[in-house]
Design a protein around this ligand. Structure first.
Ligand code: ADP
Length: 508
């Protein structure tokens, strides 16, 4: 490529000789053409070479004239004609070299960006980038470490197989965030080369990759022989871009994870909504059944009382049935009203007062024992310090719900143990536990049973009446008192519900 400008230069020189107009010939300006051509094609070397040739062509005429006449305006003009092509060729060549290097750096930056945006795994992306960088920087070896710790960071090296150990310049740069530059790797006491280095000195540069989050990795490069300032500057500039690009890639990855998480949450929520919808449909069918049963009884017994003159003992029995079914209806309606009030965000109206917990439990146990002969009820109180302030009606409903579940879900009869006392593991709390040895609840259903309308199917309790509202009400009431309800259960063994309420000396 340099041959053509040289040939053109020779042609111009020949033309000047042929026209015989001496150094002042206007043809001398044509020298600029091959000089610019060479500079554009070959940079500083080409421009300097052809410029020097063009300048030197003037030397046989200009130098003797200077020696003979000294510095006159003519000889000065001649000296200018000698020097200008050399300086011009070099200058233009350097500018061309500079812009080429800048273009190459820009291309490398774009390549980095494109790679990082690509669909490959991060290891493959880094490998591709390491290859691009090594070519752009004309390095002997190049390694990219991405991560905060040299032992766990991702490593991409070209050629493949370079190991980065804790004594290396890369590890030092990663740990300290400082740039390491070694003029001769073999002689540098700070680093230990990982392979025997030849007679030509190997220059090494380890530049930390820095982003807003701090040091995110290191770029380690080795060159054999001379290392120009421009290459060093290019390496540092590329490391800067690399740091930002890695950070960008990390942010994109995080965003990606976030979007995935969001999608998962949305699909879980949708599934949950579908479940709730299903539960609500089931609830409606159950509720109509649950309401119809006591209503039918109420209608039947009241008609019987109206139409027939029953003997007093039968009439009395009818009245007991009527009363029981009316209570059931009242309880169902009360639970539904309370839950709809909670659902609407209105607080439950609680009237806390000191409670005689022992009396409340014993009264309920007596009631349940009278109704459920096939169950045995055991009761233990842990002493006189069970001082509790609560809404008596709400507490009564919680206890009744837990007791009625204990009975309902142990259909073959069995033992129901109730205990109350200061919660040993919860300072300031009073616990009331109801334990049965019934069908129990599978572990995967436990988190759901306090949700509304949730009923756990079990062949033995299929006939048990219920709306799936009782426990959600117990939970809401306990929470409204500043307490909570917990459950332990083993299928086939039984369940233990623990109601925790703040003691009388604690406010709620
Ligand atoms: P309901 O009893 O009206 O169905 P609950 O909200 O009181 O509604 O209970 C929800 C579900 O939790 C019940 O349907 C039942 O499957 C389960 N469950 C509640 N208590 C017990 C218990 N002591 N033993 C076994 N399962 C229970």
């Amino acid at each position: 490529m340099i041959a053509l400008p040289v040939a053109l230069l020779a042609t111009v020189a020949l033309a000047m000789v042929v026209t015989d107009q001496g150094p002042a010939s206007v043809l001398r300006h044509l020298y600029l053409v091959p000089i610019l051509w060479a500079a554009l094609a070959r940079g500083a070397i080409g421009g300097g070479l052809v410029g020097s040739l063009a300048g030197l062509m003037h030397a046989p005429v200009v130098l003797p004239a200077v020696e003979r006449d000294g510095l006159t305006s003519q000889t000065l003009d001649g000296l200018l004609s000698l020097g200008l092509p050399i300086v011009g060729g070099l200058l233009v060549g350097r500018l061309v070299d500079g812009s080429r290097a800048r273009a190459a750096r820009l291309a490398a930056v774009l390549a980095i960006q494109r790679r990082l945006d690509g669909p490959e795994a991060l290891d493959d992306k880094l490998m591709g980038i390491a290859r691009e960088l090594r070519t752009a920087l004309r390095a002997r070896r190049l390694a990219l470490l991405v991560g905060g710790d040299v032992r766990t960071a991702l490593l991409a090296s070209v050629p493949v197989g370079t190991l980065v150990d804790p004594d290396s310049a890369a590890a030092f740069a990663l740990a300290t965030g400082q740039r390491v530059s070694a003029e001769d790797l073999a002689a540098d006491p700070r680093v230990r080369p990982d392979e025997p280095v030849g007679p030509t000195p190997v220059r090494a540069l380890a530049v930390p990759l820095v982003s807003g989050a701090g040091v995110v990795g290191v770029m380690a490069i080795e060159w054999t022989g001379e290392l120009s300032r421009a290459t060093r500057a290019a390496a540092e500039e590329l490391a800067l871009h690399m740091g930002l690009a890695v950070e960008n890639a990390r942010l994109t990855l995080r965003q990606h994870h976030f979007a995935e998480e969001l999608a998962e949450k949305v699909s879980t929520a949708t599934a949950r909504l579908r479940e709730l919808d299903q539960a609500k449909t089931e609830f409606l069918s159950v509720v109509s059944h649950e309401l119809r049963t006591p209503l039918t009884a109420l209608q039947g017994f009241s008609e019987l009382l109206l139409r027939s003159a029953l003997p007093p003992d039968r009439a009395q029995r009818c009245l007991v049935y009527l009363h029981t079914e009316a209570c059931t209806l009242g309880r169902i309606v009360g639970e539904m009203l309370d839950l709809s009030r909670i659902e609407a965000g209105r607080p439950l109206e609680l009237k806390p007062e000191p409670i005689d917990l022992v009396e409340l439990i014993e009264r309920n146990l007596e009631l349940f024992a009278a109704e459920h002969r096939e169950h045995r009820f055991r009761w233990t109180a842990s002493g006189p310090d069970v001082a509790l302030r609560a809404d008596p009606d709400a507490l009564d409903r919680m206890v009744k719900n837990l007791l009625s579940n204990a009975v309902k879900y142990s259909p073959r009869g069995g033992q129901v143990c109730v205990s109350a006392g200061v919660a040993a593991d919860q300072p300031g709390m009073i616990e009331l536990a109801v334990e049965d040895d019934g069908v129990g609840i599978p572990a995967d259903q436990l988190p759901r049973i306090f949700d509304k309308y949730v009923r756990v199917p079990h062949p033995e309790t299929a006939a048990a009446r219920g709306l799936g509202l009782g426990l959600s009400l117990v939970k809401a009431l306990a929470e409204a008192h500043g307490g909570r309800v917990e459950v332990d259960s083993l299928p086939g063994k039984g369940s233990r519900f623990r109601l925790l309420l703040p003691g009388a000396n604690r406010d709620f």
